[in-house]
Design a protein around this ligand. Structure first.
Ligand code: 8X3
Length: 248
């Protein structure tokens, strides 16, 4: 089994890479930070063959070139995990920074589309494949100050459904995974390095870990051939909805 994971250098992508290594899946780890890719490759190579691709999901030429020039024995990708994503800023729409909006729309929507476009035709040819799109509770519920991030994840939800509609007939499964609060670098990035503000997001309750999400992804990809987990929302036990968290 060959799995390509975007956003593999941190958070859910990295935890998924670790979990897939335990399943002995061959891994194509994608990211923008070569040092982190190298370090992860070194760690996981003890368990399974690993290769890395360094590209920015937001640039079609980079995505297309990286995936097209994979060695032949790495080309037959069985599983694509679209995990690259980010939030930039949390502010009312009138105060939003267009540069932040670009990061979210380009990364979360356009980037997911570009990588999928580079991988899907091979899956269609082989009549097999599984695409896992990492969405968010924010794709199902829009919250104040998060309009653009929520819009980008609502787009991921639509793309998961649209991909499933188009690809089921070609033997390809599509799963939409929508986590709630997971403690990763997500909030540090959203708040542009303000680690105190980021830590407050997870204060007073036990948030999900990236490994919790990776465990779910393992469940999804190891389901029997006739079973598609189409859409799965995962929340911390203290979280009832996007902005309803029971804190002590
Ligand atoms: C991350 C979860 O609720 O902070 O996608 O938007 S949330």
């Amino acid at each position: 089994m060959i799995a390509l994971i975007t956003g593999a250098t941190s958070g859910i992508g990295r935890a998924t890479a670790e979990a897939f290594a335990d399943l002995n899946y061959r891994l194509i780890l994608c990211g923008r930070r070569q040092e982190r890719l190298d370090e992860l490759q070194e760690t996981l190579s003890a368990k399974t063959p690993v290769t890395t691709l360094n590209f920015d999901v937001r640039t079609w030429d980079e995505v297309d070139h990286a995936i097209r020039t994979l060695p032949d024995d790495w080309k037959t990708i069985d599983i694509l995990v679209n995990s690259a994503g980010n939030a930039h800023g949390l502010s009312p729409i009138q105060d939003g920074d267009p540069a932040d909006w670009d990061q979210m729309i380009d990364g979360n929507v356009q980037g997911l589309l570009y990588v999928s476009k580079a991988v899907i035709p091979g899956m269609v040819e082989r009549k097999r494949g599984h695409i896992i799109n990492i969405s968010s509770i924010a794709g199902k519920e829009t919250y104040a100050n998060g309009a653009v991030y929520c819009a980008s994840k609502a787009a991921v939800e639509a793309l998961s459904t649209g991909m499933r509609l188009d690809l089921t007939q070609h033997g390809i499964k599509v799963t939409n995974v929508a986590p709630g609060a997971v403690e990763t670098e997500f909030s540090v990035v959203r708040f542009k390095g303000d680690t105190e503000r980021a830590a407050n997001v997870y204060k007073g309750f036990t948030p999900l870990t990236p490994t919790d999400i990776a465990d779910t992804i393992v469940y999804v990809v190891t389901a029997p051939a006739h079973v598609t987990i189409a859409d799965i929302t995962i929340l911390a036990s203290a979280q009832a909805a996007a902005t309803t968290i029971h804190r002590k």
